[in-house]
Design a protein around this ligand. Structure first.
Ligand SMILES: C[S@@+](CC[C@H](N)C(=O)[O-])C[C@H]1O[C@@H](n2cnc3c(N)ncnc32)[C@H](O)[C@@H]1O
Length: 225
């Protein structure tokens, strides 16, 4: 509800990520504009957008206790599997005017909505491409963080290929959907396999289970070796 006042003290969980009255919030980079029908709140003269952890795996990971948040004001982020831009919009709020979000999406249908989001949010650059073919968008240059949320059987391989955009010590964030890799296997078996594939390129820093927001999803925070 635009303009609703909230009096309880606000906590900054990470730079640009807030909590008030049990709600996760980001400060709206474009006041007056919503991205996906989310509630907005006026707090101390600024507008904040509610971040729904049931619709965003990064929101769910923060809710479930992610300890390190590498995405900060000014960060340059490569986002793989942006869909219509729900999570991308919150990352856009966090990185702010000095940051950039390169949003890769393979579906032309989702891209239409993503382009509308980018028209409003100048720090999001849409890229219609296959995240498994990073050469197709290599002109983006180095980034600080790669965020991956693709429902695809080769999720680990995709992250490894895109690691070319990270310097040593750069961060990867990946939401692993076990059902997209193999529906017949126990999710734990799948996670172990994915971690093994990633360990050649990355050190695994944190593991966060996304239940109850998402079933059979594991979120990993990675650092490039
Ligand atoms: C679970 S949805 C992403 C939701 C989104 N990250 C969010 O939180 O708002 C997965 C997306 O990955 C996209 N995708 C699947 N394979 C892809 C590929 N090879 N390259 C780029 N995007 C891909 C799908 O089209 C879909 O939009």
């Amino acid at each position: 509800m635009l303009g609703r006042g909230v009096c309880e003290a606000m906590i900054e969980l990470f730079k640009g990520v807030f909590e008030q009255k049990g709600k996760l919030l980001t400060k709206n980079l474009v006041p007056g504009k919503k991205a996906y029908g989310e509630d907005t709140y006026k707090i101390d003269g600024a507008e904040y957008r509610s971040w729904n952890p049931y619709r965003s795996k990064l929101g769910a990971a923060i809710r479930n206790g992610l300890k390190t948040m590498p995405i900060k004001p000014g960060s340059k982020v490569l986002y793989l599997g942006a869909a219509t831009g729900t999570t991308t919009s919150h990352i856009s709020d966090i990185v702010g005017e000095r940051g950039e979000v390169y949003a890769v999406e393979i579906s032309a249908h989702s891209m239409k909505s993503l382009i509308q989001l980018c028209e409003v949010r100048q720090n999001v650059i849409p890229i219609l491409a296959d995240a498994g073919r990073p050469r197709d968008y290599e002109e983006i240059g180095d980034v600080d963080i790669i965020f991956e949320d693709v429902a695809h059987p080769e999720q680990a391989e995709m992250m490894n290929r895109n690691a070319r955009f990270l310097q040593k010590g750069g961060y990867g964030m990946i939401a692993i959907k076990s059902q997209s890799i193999d529906v017949t296997k126990n999710p734990k078996e799948i996670y172990a396999r994915v971690e093994k594939e990633l360990e050649g390129t990355f050190e695994i820093i944190e593991r966060v289970d996304l239940e109850p927001y998402e079933m059979d999803h594991l979120f990993l925070l990675l650092r490039k070796k």
